[in-house]
Design a protein around this ligand. Structure first.
Ligand SMILES: CC(C)(COP(=O)(O)OP(=O)(O)OC[C@H]1O[C@@H](n2cnc3c(N)ncnc32)[C@H](O)[C@@H]1OP(=O)(O)O)[C@@H](O)C(=O)NCCC(=O)NCCS
Length: 176
């Protein structure tokens, strides 16, 4: 990895950095992230950032930014579909295109899992990757995810339902 990355909570002043990271990656993100649509705007970023604290408080989504050593935004990651009764959540990630293929998503995933097991009280983290999204599958595998099977027509992307590979990560699976 060229630059070490960290994860941290969102701050109101992050809007510009996130917006430019998304704009630099629009083509790649829009294929896999429904929120990155054709009319995505700075206002969408702003609304997302300002909704993070309440989404966290409602245990709807625990969202983090991925930043490099200069505190530049290189992507985002988070835990959603939180099932606190069973101590399970689903983990997602995106990385701005100029920073891909340098291990950023894998390192962010490891860090987020560590946080989730130590501080978030979770026992199991799930990653769902379309059978067509090899880069995402590789991230799950490199972070130590165990492939549990294929979930048929599990996510809707680009106007069609995709089969997904389900990976799970437990504390003891984490690779460093
Ligand atoms: C998926 C994504 C987060 C990966 O981020 P990243 O920082 O490049 O990930 P890493 O560098 O840690 O690892 C990427 C792995 O995927 C591989 N990869 C990247 N692009 C690939 C492609 N088009 N086809 C096959 N493998 C690919 C890399 O070679 C690497 O594996 P390796 O170490 O075995 O060579 C990034 O590509 C992205 O944001 N994609 C769009 C959003 C998305 O798909 N999110 C996940 C939704 S489930």
């Amino acid at each position: 990895m060229k630059t070490p990355v960290r994860i941290r909570n969102y701050r109101p002043e992050d809007v510009e950095g996130i917006y430019s990271a998304v704009m630099a990656s629009r083509r790649e993100l829009s294929q896999w992230m429904p929120w990155c649509h054709e009319t995505y705007s700075r206002q969408d970023t702003s609304g997302w950032v300002s909704s993070r604290p309440s989404a966290w408080e409602r245990n709807e989504e625990w969202s983090f930014l991925i930043i490099d050593g200069d505190d530049t935004v290189v992507g985002g990651c988070g835990l959603h579909r939180l099932d606190l009764k069973n101590r399970v959540a689903e983990l997602g990630y995106w990385v701005r295109t100029p920073s891909t293929r340098q291990g950023v998503a894998t390192e962010a995933t490891r860090r987020l899992c560590q946080w989730a097991f130590q501080d978030g009280g979770l026992e199991r983290i799930e990653i769902l990757a379309s059978v067509d999204n090899r880069a995402s599958q590789r991230v799950a595998e490199k972070a130590g995810g165990v492939r549990e099977g294929v979930l048929r027509r599990r996510i809707r992307l680009g106007g069609r339902s995709h089969d997904c590979i389900l990976y799970s990560i437990l504390k003891e699976d984490l690779r460093h």
